[in-house]
Design a protein around this ligand. Structure first.
Ligand code: SAM
Length: 265
């Protein structure tokens, strides 16, 4: 298991525009996330240890799509490190905060409202150097998650092994016993690993084996799944991410590479 050390302090941030594609988005699904952003999220929180740990592997000046990037803490960290970023999230409140922070620091940040439940990502095929997502793709059932893997693969740039698009996706793991006690007490398991609370919100905790099956079903062959531990102790504003009250998060990391076969000579 890879253990991720604590991240450093918060970076300075940058400029943006707020796109809004409300057409196919059910407002009932938006409201709880807007409420979370308003009531629970520290706008000045530090970037996650996971984003700090994977960013050095991004090719310099990458185009990064941050899926479910919330108030843009990670997006701004990536901007500060020289990348271009498009931030996708269901919450207009979160996207507004991200846009403001980016603007203040004079970065250009593109934002897009999206509902991943529709299993469609509004981005061209073969366009992303990096797809990044932390703790945002575990809100869906098996069918939707499989379709999202297919979408992520579609938007990654195809390329040779050293220059292909790569996705770094972090899901909460069912191996976190304390988190699972919380879920089993507060939600119904509607299909294996998919828990639904009384207010209809979904939390998925997929095993590595389930993730593997979904990736294969999506036709993806070049991937790895790693169990990692993210230490949030001392990370400003991140305490609420661990419902059990522990400071360590157990995550399943999925890395997908869209490699093209070498050209025949
Ligand atoms: C736990 S937060 C993670 C935020 C950020 N990635 C991080 O690591 O701090 C989950 C994020 O996913 C977004 N989200 C939840 N459901 C979504 C959906 N159906 N479509 C798009 N974004 C969604 C929420 O608005 C929220 O910003």
């Amino acid at each position: 298991m890879r253990v991720i050390p604590r991240a450093g302090s918060s970076p300075a941030l940058g400029t943006s525009s707020l796109d809004s594609n409300m057409k196919s988005i059910d407002q009932a699904r938006v409201a709880p996330w807007d409420k979370d952003i308003t009531e629970r999220i520290d706008p000045n929180r530090d970037p996650s240890p996971y984003c700090v740990q994977v960013e050095p592997f991004f090719p310099r000046n990458s185009l990064v799509y941050d899926l479910g990037g919330g108030i843009g803490t990670e997006a701004l960290y990536f901007l500060e490190h020289g990348h271009s970023v498009k931030l996708f999230d269901i919450s207009p409140k979160a996207l507004g905060i991200a846009a403001q922070k980016a603007q203040k620091a004079e970065y250009s940040l593109e934002t897009q409202q999206i509902d991943f439940a529709n299993a469609q990502i509004d981005a061209p095929e073969n366009s992303a150097d990096i797809v990044f997502s932390r703790l945002s793709l575990h809100y869906f059932d098996i069918e939707t998650t499989t379709a999202l893997f297919r979408e992520i693969y579609r938007i990654l740039k195809e390329g040779p092994k050293e220059a292909c698009g790569v996705a770094y996706l972090a899901f909460k793991s069912p191996n976190d016993n304390e988190e699972m006690v919380y879920l089993r007490t507060n939600a119904e398991e509607e299909e294996p690993g998919v828990y639904v609370t009384s207010d209809g919100r979904v939390r998925a905790r997929f095993t590595a084996e389930q993730l593997r099956e979904m990736l294969q079903e999506a036709g993806i062959t070049n991937y790895e799944i790693n169990e990692i531990e993210e230490d949030l102790s001392g990370i400003k504003g991140r305490e609420i991410e661990v419902k059990s009250g522990r400071t360590k998060l157990l995550l399943n990391e999925v890395i997908i590479r869209k490699t093209a076969a070498p050209a025949l000579t």
